[in-house]
Design a protein around this ligand. Structure first.
Ligand code: FAD
Ligand code: SF4
Length: 508
């Protein structure tokens, strides 16, 4: 019987599971540009443009290869509304798709199939190393779900950086300690900027459309240089491993004004849209390691992100949804400060991170975790409001990877289901890892009063509030030990100042 194969905007892989067994004589592919996908969160213009341009490039490829394709362009309907009409008009009884990376869409497609009583073949995404069944099996009966053990399992299973005797290359599974250096005092000195891709005719058309259709959406398209096709993504990968990988690890956590990309790879959007496969990314990195005699700690640091974190958070998402989206361990209820959407704040670290996010749809991991994420937790913002912001503003944001990172890692909203402690830090950390504080109105070491750094003040306030929790965890006990060195009177002032800040977050 005739099959309809749905390909979503983040499933742009000709070798993906959706097209396995495709019969061009009988079957048909459907792709939908839906306005709802741009609007269900207030998406950054660059995120919308990236998805649309990559979809159109992929559709072109399907047409060149003579695949029968129904392409719904610039539709104002939801994906399931379009599907509903298409199924009815074409009397289709069999729908094939790869499992969506967002729960809401997965549910909507499953509901539609049962309403129409059609056969639904929702296939697992073959792009990932770890299957759901494997992850579930690994997680079952574990007292603690921790990246480190999962990552070692993946390394062994796929013989990546593992010696013949089963031991890790270089005698260590993890070189995290070597990958936390700030930039030199005189600045990052980045000699090789990331690869940029000039918008071609398709992308230019998309940019025009997005600017006209979504003028009020956040962000700008003036600097849109993301890879939008597999060919461009492969070039971005080649360029990264050849020129930028050598400094990736050591400065992975470093931040600096006007340095939006550091030595990072900028490959997440290509990976998440499935323009690149993680296996080929790891192969390229391993080859460059040998060819260019790169440092092992650097290589391990990169592979840990792809083979470790990326696979781990995906496993956690499907294990814990839909609960993960509702968790709110601390019962935080505050609204997101308005400046998350504008960058209009006097806090230099936030201004820079939000500013580059609006400019490019990009901030690197430590900016997301320890600047905007840390503040979201310390300022007691409603987790779903923070998560919606992350889902909206980053070009690589798809819920399977955004939500576990935001709710789970940054906000501790699931009470430490897969992290050993809340990731909180004071201004001292930001001062150590960046140059933001040197030109900020606030002072990172001042805890209360007019010049007090809001991050520092809210950090101590958070510890005072949750002293018992932090005291009870050996990994955070040092934090409360430091708190105990602050006099009771100063602790009172910290709390008073924090109350004021928390009531006036928009004014910071
Ligand atoms: P690099 O620093 O060059 O890292 C290489 C690759 O490793 C990335 O391309 C990515 O595929 C993978 N990676 C690294 N860290 C993680 C991680 N924690 N989880 C999953 N994969 C990882 N990543 C997304 O892809 N989409 C998101 O929506 C997203 N939201 C995040 C929200 C928060 C609050 C935090 C703390 C992290 C988030 N991340 C997300 C993870 C990480 O920040 C981005 O993958 C990374 O910044 C992308 O830039 P890059 O390609 O230059 O990464
Ligand atoms: Fe950020 Fe505080 Fe440093 Fe200012 S002083 S840049 S607010 S950490």
């Amino acid at each position: 019987n005739k099959k309809l194969v749905l390909i979503l905007g983040d499933q742009l892989d000709l070798n993906g599971a959706a097209l396995k067994g495709f019969d061009s004589q009988h079957d048909q592919i459907i792709m939908v540009e839906s306005a709802n996908e741009a609007q269900y969160v207030w998406s950054h213009k660059a995120k919308i443009a990236l998805f649309l341009s990559a979809m159109r490039h992929f559709a072109q490829k399907l047409k060149d290869k003579k695949y029968p394709l129904a392409y719904y362009s610039e539709s104002s309907k939801t994906i399931t509304e379009v599907l509903r009409e298409h199924l009815t008009q074409n009397q289709i009884q069999h729908l094939v798709c790869v499992e969506p990376g967002e729960w809401r869409l997965k549910q909507a497609i499953e509901d539609l199939a049962s309403e129409f009583k059609i056969q639904l073949d929702m296939r697992e995404d073959s792009h990932f190393f770890c299957t759901h069944a494997e992850f579930r099996e690994w997680a079952a009966n574990k007292k603690e779900l921790r990246l480190e053990y999962f990552y070692r399992l993946m390394r062994k299973k796929y013989s990546i950086l593992v010696e013949a005797d089963g031991n890790p290359e270089g005698g260590q599974w993890n070189f995290d300690q070597d990958n936390r250096k700030p930039y030199p005092k005189k600045g990052p000195g980045i000699t090789d900027a990331p690869a940029e891709f000039k918008p071609d005719a398709i992308t230019q058309e998309v940019i025009k459309y997005v600017n006209q259709t979504y003028p009020e959406h956040p962000g700008s398209l003036d600097q849109f240089h993301w890879p939008v096709s597999r060919e461009q993504a492969l070039k971005a990968l080649d360029y990264f491993v050849e020129y930028r990988l050598r400094n990736f690890g050591i400065f992975q956590d470093a931040m600096w004004t006007d340095t939006p990309f550091g030595w990072h790879s900028l490959l997440s959007s290509s990976l998440n849209l499935k323009l690149l496969n993680p296996r080929e990314v790891i192969d390229a990195v391993l080859k460059a390691w040998k060819k260019n005699a790169l440092d092992l700690s650097n290589i391990e640091g990169f592979i840990r992100q792809i083979l470790g974190w990326r696979e781990f958070v995906r496993g956690m998402y499907y294990l814990d949804m839909p609960q993960m989206a509702q968790d709110n361990f601390y019962d935080h209820q505050r609204s997101l400060p308005k400046w998350y959407w504008t960058g209009d704040t006097q806090m230099h670290c936030m201004r820079d991170t939000v500013g580059q996010t609006l400019q490019y749809g990009y901030a690197h991991h430590i900016q997301r975790l320890m600047v905007t994420g840390n503040f979201g937790l310390l300022a007691e913002i409603l987790p779903s409001a923070v998560c919606d912001w992350y889902l909206a503003v980053y070009v690589d944001a798809i819920e399977w990877v955004e939500l576990p990172n935001t709710a789970g890692m940054a906000l501790f909203a699931n009470g430490g289901r897969f992290t050993s402690k809340p990731y909180i830090a004071s201004g001292a950390y930001i001062k150590r890892m960046s140059n933001y504080c040197s030109s900020c109105k606030y002072k990172p070491d001042v805890r209360f009063g007019e010049t007090a750094c809001p991050v520092t003040n809210l950090y101590w306030n958070f510890l005072i509030k949750h002293r018992k929790q932090f005291d009870g965890n050996p990994r955070t006990r040092l934090m409360t030990a430091n708190l105990n060195k602050i006099s009771p009177e100063d602790q009172k002032q910290i709390t008073l100042h924090a109350q004021h800040i928390l009531n006036h977050l928009d004014e910071l």
